[in-house]
Design a protein around this ligand. Structure first.
Ligand code: FES
Ligand code: FES
Length: 128
């Protein structure tokens, strides 16, 4: 199966690969696995506590090209967004942008789940 140009681009030049310190108050971490294939994705956001705006993001993904491209794309998209805007991101937007075929849709769902989990984690840290 051929990957789309955008998937190849993100796969060859992944944006924002890496990690933030999980214990940092300004960081939200989402770690999710895909039951369909066993792949794992970690997505982190760095939030401005004053404004609630996401200033930076990182990812580490152990998975296929589509999973890597999906997480790379999401780290670009969420920068400058509020937590609520980021949590509303839909996997269908990712799949459309990357022209993912039906068998690779679950890779984009992984990215949606990961960003939602990262937002939740941040909110939990600040729910006191
Ligand atoms: Fe797991 Fe894609 S099937 S790498
Ligand atoms: Fe499983 Fe892409 S995350 S095939």
């Amino acid at each position: 199966m051929a990957y789309s140009d955008k998937v190849v681009d993100h796969y060859e030049n992944p944006r924002n690969v890496g990690s933030f310190d999980k214990g940092d108050e300004s960081i939200g971490t989402g770690m999710v696995g895909a039951p369909a294939c066993g792949d794992v994705m970690k997505l982190q956001i760095k939030v401005n506590p004053q404004t609630g705006v996401i200033e930076d993001a990182r990812f580490k993904t152990y998975g296929c090209g589509s999973a890597i491209a999906s997480s790379s794309l999401v780290t670009e998209w969420v920068k400058g967004k509020t937590l609520d805007q980021a949590a509303q991101l839909k996997n269908s937007q990712i799949a459309e942008e990357l022209a993912l075929p039906p068998v690779k849709i679950h890779c984009s769902i992984l990215a949606e789940d990961a960003i939602k989990a990262a937002v939740e984690d941040y909110k939990k840290k600040h729910a006191h």
